[in-house]
Design a protein around this ligand. Structure first.
Ligand SMILES: N[C@@H](CCC(=O)N[C@@H](CS)C(=O)NCC(=O)O)C(=O)O
Length: 207
């Protein structure tokens, strides 16, 4: 059976959990990372992830780390025609937004998230937070524009692209910051959040 190592407070683990829930894949979940430890053991580094990070999956002996690679693998193996669009251009579209989430939006948002949610007030780097808010807001506007007139990021159906984006959107929309109006992004977020998969995975308050 598919086995997953992670902690639900991780945006990268959330992506994997949303995928297995969308695809209704039977799985076991091992709490790892952060306060759960496990990642620090020699066994974990040797057999699961030399980076000592979560998430990791073991699917019948096939071990894989890197959250977006995991989402793509699960989608390709178990979600052809749903999370993994059969049309090459639709798939590339979804794929592009996964890369954008990992290399643009998430890194832009990182300092604001860590500063405002995981750092005591007297230890915050306000300049870094301000810069991060500015950069993540600018990227949110790009996503908002892309979502105008679309139900989901690659068109009419939920794909792996939405999976990667919604975990980041959940954070961005819950950060205690000033945000520009993003009506298309907000409508899409509500649409995705109405599905069963995010329940219990994308929770509030942020931690
Ligand atoms: N690029 C990696 C990043 C993985 C990563 O940074 N994981 C964090 C949680 S989001 C982690 O494992 N931190 C150490 C810990 O939780 O102990 C991925 O997308 O899977």
């Amino acid at each position: 059976m598919l086995k997953i190592w992670g902690r639900l407070t991780s945006v990268n683990v959330q992506k994997v959990m949303l995928t297995v829930r969308e695809l209704a894949l039977p799985h076991t979940f091992v709490q790892a990372g952060g306060k759960f430890g496990v990642v620090d053991t020699a066994d974990y580094a040797a057999k699961l992830n030399p980076n000592r990070l979560v998430p990791v999956i073991d699917d019948g002996g096939f071990v894989l780390w890197e959250s977006n690679a995991i989402v793509r693998y699960l989608a390709a193996r178990y979600g052809v025609g749903t999370l993994w669009p059969e049309d090459v251009c639709l798939r590339a579209d979804a794929d592009r937004w996964m890369d954008w989430q990992a290399t643009e939006w998430q890194p832009a948002m990182g300092p604001a998230f860590l500063g405002l949610i995981r750092t005591p007030e007297d230890k915050r780097d306000h300049a870094a937070i301000e810069n991060s808010v500015k950069r993540s807001n600018a990227r949110a506007l790009i996503l908002d524009q892309a979502l105008q007139g679309r139900e989901f990021i690659a068109g009419r159906h939920l794909t792996m692209g939405d999976i990667a984006l919604v975990s980041a959107a959940h954070r961005w929309l819950a950060l205690p910051i000033a945000r520009p109006d993003t009506p298309a992004l907000s409508a899409w977020y509500r649409r995705v959040m109405m599905r069963p998969a995010p329940q219990g995975v994308l929770t509030l308050p942020l931690e």
